[in-house]
Design a protein around this ligand. Structure first.
Ligand code: CO
Length: 478
């Protein structure tokens, strides 16, 4: 299924879509049937009672049994209805986005939300229906905890974004000159090599929405997107996806097919992409090493630009409509808006019909932006049309984990920033491999974070990093 999906995003001709959807539906049906087979259940039950298992084996059995039991909660009729509704919703969303009209998507989204509410009941929850959805992406995460983290984050981010808004903005014009597609492609390969992406275990292609897919630790593929009028779009997405891929290339390949060979959770996955993208790819150290190569690739466009000017330009903070193009700070305001809407929706506090108004109100309150049309507002993300509710918070949590992990790395790796400046990114990768990648799913996210940093997830690490970096870049005092 992963190979078919990868092909669909990267190479498949447009006319292939309908039958490809059918092929994928057939395979997911088969996977579901195999995954709920009685014999599998009784073998897992038997194994879970065995005393002969070591610690890792025990975790593999318990985790596989948990997934098995969750899968059993679905009946075939529900699975088919959900899958059909998702296909229809995705088509409706594409058309609605093209026509900039949320109303075309509304009836499909309503139906999908009703089904997802049913799914919350099927799966069960202790405190909040939305917990059931969060747990599909981030096992054990509670709505209450996300609310608390986001309230803290909101209160601390707003004063910083206000200070930045009052400061003078760096020149970013040179990032928007014309940058040849092929030359950008060549530079993206240089970036991947520089970051130790293993091309014997992967490849890069082009797609509209950059993504990483791992079939196993020995075949982890990335895509990037190239915008000839925005140089950092390729750079940012290449480094981001490379971070995801380094994680999967570092999973224990001998544990293929077992939880101990799989990534831990989406937030931890995102912590790896954000760590490389933001802590490395948006750092002065990294560009002190790589800016000359970039300049050699684009000598005319970057002729009079210093590395300091480049560093300032790629770290510009400015509220904007589109989440995926947002800077490191305002990005989280985009996520909070989506989280609050999803939470209120599943709590029954708001209705699908209220979403657009609520969305626009929040964009005005949090980002000071007046949404002019639905395609740059409520229709911008694909997630809801795929029925993926509970996914967005993992993006922000990933950044928070990244900041906390990177702080630990700086404490443990001698002269980490000097290493990066000299072009040596291997000490950091090896550290991540040792602390995170090789463990697969054998810890919970909380346990992993405590093991590495000595404490649970704490947004102070992120806020301290943000304050120091941006007070410096925008010359203000905090
Ligand atoms: Co990502």
């Amino acid at each position: 299924m992963a190979v078919l999906q990868w092909d669909q995003e990267v190479y498949m001709p447009a006319m292939g879509a309908t039958l490809r959807a059918q092929q994928l539906a057939t395979l997911s049906g088969m996977a579901h049937d195999l995954g709920v087979e009685k014999e599998l259940g009784s073998l897992l039950e038997e194994l879970s009672k065995s005393d002969s298992l070591n610690k890792i084996e025990k975790i593999n059995v318990t985790e596989t049994l948990r997934v098995y039991n969750d899968r059993k909660k679905y009946n075939t009729a529900f699975v088919i209805e959900l899958s059909k509704t998702v296909s229809e919703s995705f088509n409706a969303w594409q058309e609605a986005k093209r026509k900039k009209d949320f109303n075309l998507f509304l009836p499909f989204l309503s139906k999908l939300v009703d089904l997802k509410k049913k799914e919350c009941d099927l799966l069960g929850y202790e405190e909040h229906p939305y917990d059931a959805l969060l747990n599909q992406f981030e096992p054990g995460l509670k709505t209450k905890k996300v609310s608390a983290i986001f309230t803290q984050l909101h209160n601390q981010l707003i004063p910083v974004t206000k200070k930045i808004a009052d400061a003078s903005q760096p020149n970013t014009d040179f990032l928007h000159l014309h940058f040849d597609k092929n030359k950008q492609w060549d530079f993206s390969l240089i970036l991947l090599k520089q970051l130790n992406y293993d091309f014997n275990k992967g490849r890069q292609d082009i797609s509209t929405h950059p993504f990483t897919t791992g079939f196993n630790a020995n075949d982890v593929r990335v895509t990037t997107r190239i915008n000839e009028n925005d140089l950092f779009e390729m750079i940012g997405s290449s480094i981001h996806e490379c971070g995801h891929a380094l994680y999967e290339q570092g999973l224990p390949v001998n544990d293929y097919g077992l939880p101990s060979g799989e990534f831990l959770s989406l937030a931890i996955h995102e912590s790896q992409s954000r760590l490389w993208e933001n802590k490395v790819g948006r750092s002065l150290s990294f560009w002190k090493c790589n800016f000359q190569t970039l300049k050699n690739t684009f000598p005319d466009q970057l002729k009079n630009i210093s590395v300091q000017q480049f560093y300032a330009a790629i770290n510009t903070v400015k509220p904007s409509f589109i989440r995926t193009n947002a800077d490191e700070l305002t990005y989280h305001l985009h996520i909070m808006i989506r989280f609050e809407l999803e939470r209120d929706l599943f709590e029954g506090k708001i209705d699908v019909a209220d979403l657009k108004n609520e969305w626009n109100k929040k964009y005005n309150n949090y980002l000071g932006l007046k949404v002019e049309d639905d395609s740059q507002g409520i229709l911008q993300d694909v997630h809801w049309s795929h029925g993926m509710f509970g996914y967005f918070p993992t993006y922000s949590l990933g950044s928070m984990y990244a900041a906390q992990f990177f702080e630990a790395a700086k404490n443990e790796i001698k002269n980490l920033e000097a290493e990066i400046e000299s072009g040596s990114n291997l000490p950091l990768l090896n550290w991540l491999r040792e602390k995170i990648h090789r463990h697969g799913k054998t810890f919970s996210a909380d346990e992993l974070c405590i093991n590495i940093t000595g404490s649970e997830l704490n947004i102070d690490f992120f806020m301290n990093y943000i304050k120091e970096k941006y007070a410096n870049l925008y010359s203000f005092n905090l």
